[in-house]
Write a protein that binds this ligand. Structure first.
Ligand code: TMP
Length: 206
C-alpha cells in the first residue's frame, strides 16, 4: 500500500479536531496530498448512519450499534480510504476501529475480540500505520465540551463510568501495540501536543 494511514482516537472533547487541522496544514505545506475524513460519516451513506447512531432518540441494542458503526466503516474504507491509499495519498482520519473496541467493547461491554473481528471483516483487515491517542481524563473532557448537556449525542450523554472505561480501553490497546500507537497527554498545550505528533509523523515520512 503506497499511502500513509494515520488515525486519531480519544474521548469526546480530547482535542482531535484541532490536532487534525494542525497536522493537515503541516503536511499540505510539505506538498503532500491529504485526505481528511472521519468515522462515522466520511461518506453520504456514513452521514446517514452517523445521524442514526449519534442522534436517534431511544434505545439501540448494543450489537445493532456495533453493526451500524461497522457498516459505516466498511463503506468508508472501500470507497474513500483504500482508493486514497492506493493513489499514494495520506489519509488523516478522525476515529477508526479502535473507537468501536473502546466504545462498543469496553463502553457497552461487548466482547472486544468480537468487535475487533467485526471491523477486520468489514475493512478486509486495513490497519493504520499510526494511531494517535489524545488522552484526557473524563473530567477534563467534560469541561471542554462547551455545549449544554441536553445537546449531547447518545455516546456523550453516557455517564462517567462509561467514559472512564473507554479511556482505560484506549490505554490498554496502546500498551499492547506500541509500534502502531502514539499516546499524547491531551491536557498539555495545543502546541506541545502538535510538536509530539509532528516528531512521530516526520519519522514515518522519512
Ligand atoms: P465524534 O465524531 O464527535 O468524535 O463523535 C463520534 C461518536 O461516535 C463518539 O461519541 C464516539 C462514537 N463512536 C463509537 O461509539 N464507535 C465507533 O466505532 C466510532 C467510529 C465512534
Amino acid at each position: 500500500m503506497p499511502g500513509l494511514f494515520i488515525t486519531f482516537e480519544g474521548g469526546d472533547g480530547s482535542g482531535k479536531t484541532t490536532q487534525i487541522k494542525l497536522l493537515t496544514s503541516w503536511l499540505e505545506a510539505k506538498n503532500k496530498i491529504v485526505v481528511v475524513t472521519r468515522e462515522p460519516g466520511g461518506t453520504d451513506l456514513g452521514n446517514e448512519v452517523r445521524h442514526l447512531v449519534m442522534h436517534r432518540k431511544g434505545f439501540i441494542a448494543p450489537r445493532a450499534e456495533a453493526l451500524l458503526y461497522a457498516a459505516d466503516r466498511s463503506h468508508h474504507v472501500q470507497t474513500i480510504v483504500r482508493p486514497a491509499l492506493d493513489r499514494g495519498e495520506i489519509v488523516v482520519q478522525d476515529r477508526y476501529f479502535d473507537s468501536s473496541i473502546a466504545y462498543q467493547g469496553a463502553g457497552r461491554v461487548l466482547d472486544t475480540d468480537e468487535i475487533r473481528d467485526l471491523s477486520a471483516w468489514a475493512t478486509e483487515d486495513l490497519v493504520p500505520h499510526l494511531t494517535i491517542l489524545l488522552d484526557v481524563s473524563a473530567e477534563v473532557a467534560k469541561l471542554r465540551r462547551s455545549r449544554p448537556t441536553t445537546d449531547f449525542d447518545r455516546l456523550e450523554a453516557e455517564d462517567e463510568n462509561f467514559h472512564n472505561r473507554v479511556r482505560e480501553s484506549y490505554l490498554a490497546l496502546a500498551k499492547r501495540d506500541p509500534g502502531r500507537w502514539l499516546v499524547v497527554d491531551g491536557e498539555i498545550t495545543v502546541e506541545k501536543i502538535h510538536a509530539q505528533i509532528l516528531a512521530k509523523v516526520a519519522l514515518l515520512l522519512e
